[in-house]
Design a protein around this ligand. Sequence first.
Ligand SMILES: *[C@@H]1O[C@H](CO)[C@@H](O)[C@H](O)[C@H]1NC(C)=O
Ligand SMILES: *[C@@H]1O[C@H](CO)[C@@H](O)[C@H](O)[C@H]1NC(C)=O
Length: 395
Amino acid sequence: MRLTSNFALLVSTLISAAAAQDLGVPLSWREFSNSRPKSERITIAQNAIDQMTPQLVSSTGEFNGIGYWQSGNVWSVMANQDWLAATTTNQALVVNNLNLVFSRWQHYDQFGFNDDAMWWAQAALYGYRAYKDTNLLAHAVDVWTHVTGYVITAAQASAGKNPNKSFNIEPTCNGVTMAGGVFWRPTTDDTAINSITTGLYLTLSAFLGEYTGNATYTNAAILSANWIKNHNINANDLVLDTVNANDCSTSPASWIFTYNTGKYIEGLSVLGVTSGDSSWTSMMINLLNSAVKTNVWQGSNGVITEGASPTANNDAVGFKSVLIRGLHEAWTRNPSNTALTTLIHSYGDVQYNALLELAATGNTYSSSWAGPPQAFTSWGQLAALDVMTSNIDTN
Ligand SMILES: *[C@@H]1O[C@H](CO)[C@@H](O)[C@H](O)[C@H]1NC(C)=O
Ligand SMILES: *[C@@H]1O[C@H](CO)[C@@H](O)[C@H](O)[C@H]1NC(C)=O
């Protein structure tokens, strides 16, 4: 017994040594620590939320100045704030508005986008995590069941047909099955499968597997995690955007956005625990290390530059907060990996200090995290909220 387990330990040590990454913190990063106590970090984050809530349109459950999917992300961070601060400050607003929007739009799908529906379902799941409100869990299951009709199963890939799509699908792209890919839109002739829709489905599935103990969800998470792994990661360990299921054509190689890698990191962080397969965690760590060090969305000082848009909202403004939230999930799930948690802590503090020192006007923040500060915008505030709330923990 003893010999065998020592041998297993030796083998696994060798394997992890072979795969080991340098998780060191780049010394070129700007201010990668700060000494604010937790109580102050909780206050800073809630103050930032309190600047956003006056923008709520009570009849719609959405916020002035940002898009539908972005509004869903405000509810996400408000639920996470209560979860991390152990408060109920935001509970009534979060629960009432997630219920309101669910009653307004079937499956949370206002505009015919599966990713939109799942941003809101994700908010409902965070609400469930914070408040144990089973209505919110039921909303997430409803959306999961709906979107499952747009996931390519192994059998559909072989047959070259998804029953909700009017065109034939390629069984494989580059010789690998298309099973697990999730269509961006329910529209019958829309061919796009993208990483954000598939990553959202993976993450919802992994959380639902954890909360219900039902293997159907965990198996769905594994299938979709494999689709991104097989089809949409570049040579630098960053997640790409789109593959068209009818002909395997792809989005340009330059379409590399924080939220694609960030959402995948979040889903893999959960799946690494719920599946019991640590290879998902190993892959997640490689991607995370690339994400925080790439020059695609930050300079050598580490401050994220993507989605800096002082004068007008656009989708990209909302991307970087999704990466920050994914890093926080990785931090939560891997407490004994101190090289990893130190890296996440340091990167989070770089963003936190930049926002507080370079981009702040009182408790409001520019979407340009490197500054300069400006007057309040809904989209700048949205982008900053996850940094403030995640740093309650990761600082
Ligand atoms: C199409 O998707 C819907 C929604 O998920 C699902 O209920 C339905 O079964 C799918 N249609 C077919 C023909 O499989
Ligand atoms: C597991 O989840 C699936 C998908 O929602 C559902 O069809 C099935 O009934 C569930 N199984 C159990 C035992 O609850």
